[in-house]
Design a protein around this ligand. Structure first.
Ligand code: TXA
Ligand code: MG
Length: 322
């Protein structure tokens, strides 16, 4: 059974010992919860894939304390990773870099690159200190499903597993890190997140391409259908809410004003109108929509502009894909 443990010194020590033994541990980060094992423990890494039901070719992010620490798993050449780490670490930016040959192939889905990120949440940092080694961790959800932003989400998804979940409260950002591919001379955003392409370009002084889901190594994590509730979901325009809800029972997820829904069988889940708050509430809203047990989820596509709205829209499109 998954056990939620509060963020105390003793529980961090317990979790670090579990990692050292080769166990998998779930823990809070500022983006979403992670399901972690020591990067250099091949069997423990295999166990992550098994628990998640994740395809073995979908690589994991190695979590580190800083750029120095990143050198134990990645080859850091040139000034770009150091400048970006200075600007955005610790925080929600993942860098794809050439991998060191010592890193087990299973930790990178067989690729010769590795994704690295220094998380900002103090729980993740204290755990990394206690473990003394990089921790590879995908988001702590079943493969293809909605990520976890609360300890209880992880416990629900892995109810059957013998797993410690370190509770660091609700994830502040609520969506996964921006993934930036630096494995070539180009700089390519492979997944949208809280760190925008413009902010990255300002640090690099060069242009940044944005190609979420594109490229060889992007793997299933950026595939179309992802972050999906169990209930069929579709993305609709605000002006179509009345027509769509009249077609039958549904859950409506919306940030902002809805038309009158009198006389229709609809459960409404409201999202905040502020983009940061909306992102933070997003995955709990998708999970709540599943719990409402209606045959359809209608997601009103938000229209706001800016980095966070772009990232929110990206996740909603994937939740509704397929
Ligand atoms: O915010 C986050 O990044 C969270 C927290 C726990 O740190 N982690 C996370 O991990 O979202 P995951 O495994 O759910 O997503 C990692 C993404 C996937 O799309 C994966 O395909 C991509 O990063 N990725 C990892 N390593 C890669 C590599 N070497 N090359 C290309 N893409 C890679
Ligand atoms: Mg994930």
């Amino acid at each position: 059974m998954a056990t939620i443990l509060p963020y105390t010194h003793d529980n961090i020590t317990l979790a670090a010992a579990a990692l050292e033994r080769g166990d998998v541990v779930a823990f809070a980060t500022e983006t979403v919860y992670g399901l972690g094992a020591l990067t250099f423990r091949e069997q423990a890494i295999e166990r992550i894939y098994e628990l998640k039901g994740r395809p073995l070719n979908n690589p994991l992010i190695a979590h580190v304390l800083d750029i120095q620490h990143a050198r134990s798993v990645a080859i850091i050449d040139g000034w770009r990773p150091a400048e970006l780490a200075m600007a955005f670490w610790p925080g929600p930016l993942t860098l794809i870099l050439p991998k060191r040959p010592e890193v087990p192939a299973v930790a990178t889905g067989g690729l010769d690159t590795i994704a690295v990120r220094a998380p900002k949440h103090s729980l993740a940092r204290v755990l990394l200190h206690a473990a003394g080694m990089p921790i590879s961790a995908p988001s702590a959800n079943r493969s293809g499903r909605v990520s976890a932003t609360l300890a209880s989400h992880v416990a629900e998804d892995f109810a059957e597993a013998d797993l410690i979940v370190l509770d660091g409260g609700p994830s502040r950002f609520g969506i996964e890190s921006t993934v930036l591919d630096l494995s070539s001379d180009r700089a390519v955003v492979r997944r949208l997140g809280a760190v925008g392409a413009d902010a990255i370009a300002a640090v690099l002084g060069t242009s940044v391409e944005v190609m979420p889901g594109a490229g060889q190594s992007t793997s299933p994590g950026s595939s179309e259908k992802h972050y999906a509730p169990r209930t069929p979901a579709s993305l609709i325009r605000r002006s179509d809410v009345e027509r769509e809800t009249a077609l039958g029972p549904s859950v409506v997820i919306s940030a902002g004003l809805l038309p009158s829904l009198a006389g229709v069988d609809a459960v409404v889940i409201a999202l905040p109108e502020d983009p940061d708050a909306c992102a933070a509430a997003l995955y709990e809203a998708l999970r709540a929509a599943d719990r409402a047990m209606k045959p359809r989820i209608l997601i009103v596509e938000p229209e706001g502009e800016g980095v966070m709205w772009d990232a929110v829209r990206d996740r909603l499109r994937r939740a509704a894909a397929g």
